[in-house]
Design a protein around this ligand. Structure first.
Ligand code: ATP
Length: 258
């Protein structure tokens, strides 16, 4: 066992992914030569146009999808498969919740699989249900919840498993604008409280600047890569009407030629 201190730093070098062989001379790369280091505890945004390969890159970090070439590691350990240090939060909470389990049972599911004793499970589900603001809804089934509440359950369940790295794939993309704004603010509060490493995928510039400490811009696919990284040195919570916010918005917008 390694005695090295875990920093949960994600290291990506010349990463390439092809789903098909393509021509013998050059495979058809979805992403090609992605270089990135995400530091432990950082809130990092992957921003790019539809179809450029954001979800593919996130799935590779999760260990769901294998790489074609390059290096991809956490704390120097090559990512080959999913691990307990990483967890994915999907856009469609419906698909990830068990409809026959209550909110509390859904949140405790991973802990039950790990044979955590009942009392500890209860303490943990209490904590994370409170953290995501679902007190009073513990005994409801997913069918009785709104989209935003389901997304909170998914987040509470992921957090209860205590992964160091949260991989979020447009988690608020299916929510209405008001619920989305509430969830964005709450995610920042939760991140500040838990200090997880977060990689958050979006194609929404405003969301990227509201949430991220750094924003990695992916180019149009195929053969997409991270072409630029913007620092967003604004304090939280951020306000979309601030002039500094707008200045960041404009410079990223210019990047996309909008
Ligand atoms: N399993 C797969 N087999 C073949 N091609 C795939 C597979 N998964 C993704 N792709 C292709 O990879 C490309 C990138 O898809 P991906 O979903 O990663 O993009 P994205 O940037 O997340 O898009 P969006 O913002 O629309 O969700 C697309 O052309 C897609 O068709």
């Amino acid at each position: 066992m390694s005695l090295a201190v875990k920093t949960n730093t994600i290291f990506i070098e010349r990463l390439r992914k092809s789903f098909s062989a393509g021509t013998a001379a050059e495979p058809h790369y979805i992403i090609k030569d992605v270089d990135l280091v995400v530091k432990g505890g950082e809130f990092f945004i992957l921003l790019g146009p539809s179809g450029c390969g954001k979800s593919t890159l996130l799935s590779m970090i999760a260990g769901f999808v294998g790489k074609t070439e390059g290096r991809l590691s956490v704390d120097g350990e090559e990512i080959r498969k999913p691990g307990r240090d990483r967890a994915m939060v999907f856009q469609q909470a419906d698909a990830s919740l068990f409809p026959w389990l209550t909110v509390r049972e859904n949140v405790e599911f991973g802990l039950r699989m790990k044979h955590i004793p009942r009392k500890e499970r209860r303490e943990s589900s209490d904590r994370f249900i409170r953290l995501v603001g679902l007190e009073g809804h513990e005994d409801k089934f997913p069918d009785a919840l709104s989209g935003g509440m389901k997304q909170r359950v998914q987040l509470a369940r992921v957090l209860a498993n205590d992964p160091a790295i949260l991989l979020m794939d447009e988690p608020f993309g299916a929510l209405d604008a008001m619920t989305r704004r509430t969830m964005q603010n709450e995610l920042i509060r939760i991140w500040q409280e838990t200090r997880k490493t977060v990689i958050f995928v979006t194609h929404d510039i405003q969301e990227a600047i509201l949430l991220g400490q750094r924003v990695g811009i992916m180019s149009v696919g195929p053969a997409s890569r991270i072409t630029d990284i913007y620092e967003v040195p604004l304090s939280y919570p951020r306000t979309i009407t601030d002039s500094a916010f707008n200045a960041h918005y404009s410079s990223i917008q210019r990047h996309f030629g909008e």
